[in-house]
Design a protein around this ligand. Structure first.
Ligand SMILES: [Fe+2]
Length: 259
């Protein structure tokens, strides 16, 4: 794999990621949650920051753009649909576009819902997905701006990636997500094993990312809204359209209070 990924926690529960193209030495920060944390990660690795790949306009993903631009002169790539909401974008992209970081190629995927113009970055050769707040481990982002149909469609795009894809998401919410997932899908053996593992990992201070898409397909209820079992737990008829089941799951999660 010629794209190395450095993971570091920042802010309250964000993940910062540096993607480093070994051949060219170019390094991108996926989002800019916190300029100081990104700078420290870059220095620790001895890499040179050349790019920012921005996923959506929320403060905890764009806060560091001005400072990192000033300090490193980075090129900032981000969602065309949110260009008016994000200061400092140099390159505007949308679903289907391909971008390069040295020798590494990324496909931009539209993942609306959390925000209307949210995008994800999929690195082709290494099969690494930077999903930010569109897809978490065992969950999805809150639907702040979008509608269930397009959000479900975006998730289907992500679900269609190769099973071995490694997912790097925007926040460490896995333990909370596991509690909700177990509350609606308590007999899913893969979920029970993953939830126990997540419990152990968090107790040991370990990151629960990256996680494989195959694991998420087996355990994440939001990726299974077209499974009649999910309609049943949401008390909907088995032939309910997936986007309506998805909407019901998202609402149930919003209202979920762990015991
Ligand atoms: Fe967000």
């Amino acid at each position: 794999m010629s794209l190395l990924v450095d993971i570091f926690p920042c802010r309250t529960d964000n993940y910062g990621y540096l993607a480093h193209d070994v051949t060219s030495g170019r390094t991108a920060s996926i989002d800019a949650p916190d300029a100081r944390a990104v700078r420290e990660a870059v220095l620790r690795r001895g890499w040179t920051l050349t790019d920012l790949f921005i996923t959506h306009h929320h403060t905890d993903h764009v806060d560091g753009i001005p400072a990192l631009k000033r300090e490193f002169g980075v090129t900032v790539t981000g969602p065309r649909e949110e260009a008016s909401k994000i200061l400092g974008l140099d390159v505007l992209v949308g679903g289907g576009d391909t971008i390069r970081l040295g020798e590494s190629e990324f496909v931009v995927l539209d993942t609306p819902g959390h925000t209307l113009g949210h995008i994800a970055y999929f690195e082709l050769a290494g099969r690494q997905l930077f999903s930010a707040d569109a897809l978490f481990s065992l969950g999805v982002g809150r639907m702040f701006e979008g509608k269930p149909g397009p959000m479900w469609d975006g998730l289907m795009t992500l679900r269609g990636l190769p099973d071995e894809t490694l997912i790097y998401c925007g926040h460490e919410y896995t333990l909370d997500n596991a509690r909700f997932a177990l509350s609606i899908d308590p007999r899913n053996p893969a979920l029970r094993i993953r939830a126990a593992e997540v419990e152990r990992m968090r107790a040991a201070g370990e990151f629960t990312v990256p996680v494989s898409l195959a694991m998420e397909k087996a355990t994440n209820p939001f990726l299974r809204a077209d499974d009649p079992a999910m309609a049943r737990v949401m008390r909907l008829p088995p032939d309910t359209e997936p986007e309506r089941v998805f909407a019901a799951l998202r609402k149930a999660k919003d209202e979920f209070k762990p015991e």
